[in-house]
Ligand binder design. Structure first.
Ligand code: ADP
Ligand code: ZN
Ligand code: ZN
Length: 804
């Protein structure tokens, strides 16, 4: 007999499965790990089936509405991994499993808001109005661009929900329920290809579909939908309909690498050869092992990954490579396509849900044996996995900053352990944790001490901006040495990269009369001035406002702009080098992910002399004509109240320096700083990882910070500061006395006490062992449950990468 009920894990903060009745038609089809659509309160939610059974629950039971997968979306191994993540990172299982599945097939519950005719008239008039800080005005303007959901609007304007309600009452806005399932065939037409599958037989087709089908039959192979559209009327609509009838096949065009020159395969040098042999032996042994591959910038780590992946395919297993950001490393994607062709699946962050789902299917079917992906790709349904590479393993973006707050690198290691697979963690500047694990023999250590073909490491000079000021008596953004160096590159036809890790034009807008700084209405941070938009912007909640003519505190009109961001660097460069071709890469110039690729491709092709940017430009690029890297200020980030501030500064500077001199002409790096004696800056200038590590690990040991012991950040959120303080104090008291081997630090106001209109207090738990930490976290959660806190007011961050 088929089971009658199923337990479903839902993406809600309540940490328990819910039982539903299976309609007769689904009983024989549903499997553990499949997604189902179920009613939950007034909503419809997608959940994962954890168990099927015949035990009738007490009380009313509702019915499963729909089965979304014929085959489990999460197989047994991934379900097991999900359970591990939920336990280790203190996250509800439902939200964890939700993060592990691709979005397609998702039912968009909720409403889409759009303007009524009256609303549109009002919105248009507002463009000439003055009152543009008003949230209602901002909502109207956003809706005038396109209909949007409430969550989307809330991300832009914190009070959007309340605003929408009142606009709806006034008749300016109308809401439409969209409970329809997303059509996976709705992928962006630009990248769709279509191909003949089978004849229509007796089926009566509309004219356009008939025409298209016969065209496809006469022209075998796959065709770009945009091309066919030019030949046959309404082809793109017809193609989707044919695909639904399974008469034609739609597929996604692989991401191309743009104008990336493809190099290699190379003959390995002796260091690479040795590294590769060690990894290959482990892969062939099919036994779990983790390698730390520490190779200086330009030592040829990518080539080792490629070879190791080939070796994995050769024994019939699959490989997964994680990268921090695919759009930033199109060159890597290009190399993978060239080497592995159709066997590569790339989970690009610019993909929409259905494109992602399509790649997911190719992976699950085994068609793609090589997967390149960002963080969440660690959950890709790769069959028979034999190797996981984590490139730039030190990168912060591997840590998810919302529930479940997992670390992609660490999850990769657990996944590999359970699958008997090999892990390669690659970096020029490993995280303290990874190097520590290598020192203690937990990871096997591989070192590549030299650049390819004996190229020298770039020469690095520190420029003390305090002396520069004394000598020139000018508060300049660029030192004389940096200006000369840029000029020389331009004259020689070589390229420069200038890094300042801060967006915007001015980092503060302040009143010179009373000293007041313009702050975000919803966060305890100053607003950054963006000159292109002529507005002040909050980098945490996106609140934006016009620069006031008069100080809101004292009414003086001495408003001044302080501090520098990447936008000003670009601006001043234009002033200093009027004929130079300059591009800027930061979150403001790359609205869409694909912009990033085109700016980088342009720079690589020599369309620009100078590339200015934030940390985005420091990552992994291999551009041979870059012979100068300038760090405009090495001090940004150094003073942050975070135990990883030094580590992050060292990594950023070393990685940025590593972009210089990767071709035949040696490169130089100029680092401007007012802290030339700080060890993070000195060690980065000397490109001396070992000295940095020795110094930093002492500090961590002394302070019991990771990698020593286990750390968790416990954050309490509330709508007022008093409430946040009181709640966190009560929680801390409930943990007293702390058991041996555990220290509770705080509670104290978080560095940003107010964020997105919520007040935050935090407490650090430092424990000698993981077991101890978990016991404490258990007590934390019990306390919150006992006090009946709303689940979202407690945030537990295990192994935090930042305390801000
Ligand atoms: P890393 O990731 O270690 O900074 P890359 O993998 O980007 O370094 O390699 C640096 C450059 O050296 C690339 O242009 C790559 O194509 C080239 N390269 C790699 N291995 C070899 C080799 N054995 N011989 C010649 N060039 C190589
Ligand atoms: Zn003032
Ligand atoms: Zn804000």
């Amino acid at each position: 007999m088929h089971p009658v009920y199923c337990d479903v894990s839902l993406p809600v903060p309540i940490d328990q499965p819910f039982t539903y009745l299976l309609p007769e038609t689904l009983r024989h089809r549903v499997q553990v790990g499949c997604r189902v659509l179920v009613p939950f309160g007034k909503r419809k939610l997608t959940g994962i089936v954890l168990r099927t059974h015949d035990e009738a629950p007490t009380g009313a039971v509702r019915e499963v509405l729909r089965l979304l997968d014929e085959e489990p979306a999460l197989d047994e191994d991934l379900l097991k991994l999900g359970r591990w993540i939920a336990a280790y990172y203190c996250a509800p299982l439902g939200q964890t499993l939700r993060a592990m599945t691709p979005l397609s097939g998702e039912v968009r519950h909720g409403k889409i808001y759009s303007l009524t005719t009256a609303g549109r008239d009002v919105a248009r008039q507002l463009y000439f109005g003055e009152n543009d800080e008003d949230p209602a005005t901002q909502v109207l303007r956003l809706l005038d661009t396109r209909p949007s959901s409430a969550p989307y609007l809330t991300r832009k304007i914190t009070s959007a929900v309340a605003v929408l309600r009142s606009l709806e009452k006034k008749g300016f806005v109308e809401a439409e329920d969209v409970a329809a399932e997303r059509d996976p065939l709705r992928a962006g037409a630009a990248r769709l290809r279509v191909e003949f599958a089978k004849r229509a037989g007796d089926l009566k087709l509309p004219k356009s579909e008939r025409e298209l089908l016969s065209y496809l039959e006469l022209h075998p192979g796959t065709h770009r939908l945009t091309e066919v559209d030019k030949i046959i009327a309404k082809a793109s609509v017809a193609a989707r309909s044919l695909a639904r009838r399974e008469l034609a096949k739609l597929s996604l065009e692989p991401v191309t690498a743009g104008s990336t020159p493809v190099r290699g395969p190379h003959l390995l040098n002796p260091h690479q050869q040795e590294a590769f042999e060690r990894v290959r032996a482990a892969v062939e042994a099919k036994q779990f092992q983790t390698f730390l591959l520490q190779g200086v910038t330009g030592s040829g780590k990518t080539e080792i990954y490629l070879r190791a992946i080939e070796a994995t395919l050769a024994i019939g297993r699959s490989a997964l490579m994680l990268v921090p950001e695919i759009a930033l490393t199109p060159a890597v994607a290009g190399q993978f396509h060239q080497r592995f062709g159709e066997r590569v699946a790339i989970l690009h962050s610019a993909f929409n849900d259905s494109e992602r789902a399509q790649e997911w299917r190719r992976i699950r079917s085994g068609e793609a044996g090589v997967v390149v992906a960002t963080r969440s790709g660690v959950f890709a349904p790769v069959r028979n996995i034999g190797l996981i590479v984590v490139d730039e393993e030190h990168d912060q973006s591997y840590k998810q900053q919302e529930t479940p707050r997992y670390h992609g690198r660490d999850v990769a290691i657990v996944r590999a352990r359970d699958a008997g697979a090999v892990v390669v963690l690659g970096s020029a500047t490993p995280s303290l944790e990874s190097r520590f694990n290598a020192e203690r023999g937990k990871y096997a250590y591989i070192h590549l001490p030299e650049r390819i073909e004996g190229r020298p490491m770039p020469e690095v000079k520190l420029i003390d901006m305090r002396t520069e000021f004394q000598e020139t008596r000018k508060q300049a953004l660029f030192s004389r040495a940096l200006v000369d160096a840029v000029k020389e590159r331009i004259d020689n036809g070589e390229q420069s990269m200038l890094l300042l890790n801060r967006r915007g034009f001015s980092s503060f807008v302040a009143c010179r009369a009373c000293g007041a700084r313009m702050e975000c209405q919803f966060c305890s941070v100053t607003l950054t001035y963006h000159r292109r938009d002529r507005r002040m912007l909050c980098h945490y909640c996106n609140y934006s406002a016009r620069v006031p003519d008069r100080c809101p505190k004292c009414d003086s009109d001495y408003i001044q702009f302080l501090g520098t961001g990447s936008e000003r660097v670009e601006d001043e460069l234009h002033g200093a080098f009027p004929r130079a071709r300059i591009a800027r890469l930061d979150r403001d110039t790359v609205g869409r992910k694909r912009d990033m690729e085109s700016i980088l491709a342009g720079f690589r092709d020599g369309d620009y002399d100078i590339l200015v940017g934030t940390q985005m430009i420091a990552k992994g690029h291999d551009i041979h004509n870059v012979t100068l890297v300038g760090i405009v200020s090495a001090d940004v980030g150094l003073g942050l109240p975070d135990f990883r501030a030094a580590e992050r500064t060292f990594q950023l500077l070393t990685q940025a320096a590593g972009r210089a001199g990767r071709g035949n002409t040696p490169g130089i790096v100029l680092i401007q700083t007012i802290n030339p004696d700080h060890y993070a800056i000195r060690c980065a200038a000397a490109q001396d990882y070992d000295s940095f590590y020795a110094k930093e690990i002492d500090f961590r040991r002394l302070m019991s910070y990771p990698p020593y012991g286990a750390l968790a950040n416990v954050l309490v959120r509330a709508s007022s500061e008093e409430e946040a303080r009181e709640r966190s104090t009560a929680m801390a008291r409930s943990l007293e006395p702390a058991p041996e081997g555990v220290r509770v630090m705080g509670p104290a106001a978080a560095a940003m006490v107010k964020l997105k209109n919520e007040y935050r207090y935090q407490m650090l738990l430092k424990a000698a062992t993981r077991k101890r930490l978990n016991e404490m976290l258990g007590r934390v959660r019990e306390f919150a449950a006992g006090e009946k806190w709303n689940p979202v007011s407690l945030v537990v961050d295990v192994d935090p990468v930042t305390l801000l």
